[in-house]
Design a protein. Structure first.
Length: 238
């Protein structure tokens, strides 16, 4: 086992080696989940792609074993950073709509362009992340639909719980990297969640140490699970 990069990575590696550490790797499939059930699953560190629900507390990133960090934002404590405000201003010319998920030929074409970003392990299809009826199965599913002069520039997908929303996946035009459209759609999801009176915004897993997923750690009001049912304020140490 190689050491993870940075102080945060080393500390979480020590946690993995501590006596009593329990490896978690679980999954199940469900075609229908209520909002209250989704809230409970998310609070217990479950994620889902379509009808596939899963949770795991160890992952491999760049040939290193990492502790997985389930993340959420406590929306009452969320405040935009200066950089996030700049992202919103930079994209003020775009048209944004929140609507039920609809996978069109336009969505598939954008997904194929988005895949060019991946050097390895590129997903095969948008249905790797969604059911074939994503607006209703397994939960109510909505999308942030973003257009530039009528053309689809970005779209992100999220599921509705009773007191929370679960961000599932986002795609964007890789030729518009300067717009930070991935962050933009996340901010629009957060804006929607606050407007709907939700308490939590779950935006997936990150890793201990430095990784590609560190953008998920750059939000105020951030909390992480200890994999024992408790959530606390995220404390970056790397």
């Amino acid at each position: 086992m190689t050491g993870t990069r940075g102080t945060e990575g080393r500390e979480h590696l020590f946690m993995i080696l501590e006596p009593g550490f329990q490896f978690i790797n679980e999954e199940f499939y469900a075609d229908a989940v209520t909002g209250e059930q989704l809230d409970a699953l998310l609070a217990d560190a479950w994620r889902h792609f379509g009808t596939h629900f899963f949770r795991y507390n160890l992952g491999v990133y760049e040939d290193e074993i990492r502790l997985v960090l389930p993340l959420r934002i406590r929306l009452a404590n969320f405040k935009l950073s200066k950089n996030q405000r700049r992202v919103l201003r930079r994209n003020a010319d775009l048209t944004t709509e929140i609507r039920p998920i609809e996978i069109s030929d336009e969505t598939h074409a954008l997904f194929e362009r988005h895949k060019r970003r991946f050097k390895r392990d590129a997903p095969a299809t948008v249905f790797d992340f969604l059911s074939h009826d994503p607006a209703a199965i397994p939960v109510t599913g909505l999308e942030v639909n973003v257009r530039s002069e009528g053309e689809l520039a970005a779209v992100s997908f999220f599921g509705l719980g009773y007191v929370s929303i679960s961000s599932i996946y986002g795609i964007f035009d890789p030729d518009a990297l300067s717009r930070s459209l991935g962050i933009f759609t996340m901010l629009k999801e957060i804006e929607y969640a606050i407007g709907q009176g939700k308490q939590f915004y779950y935006h997936g897993y990150a890793y201990s140490g430095v990784s590609f997923y560190d953008y998920k750690k750059r939000f105020s009001g951030l909390e992480n699970s200890d994999w024992k049912g408790s959530w606390s304020e995220f404390q970056p140490t790397s």
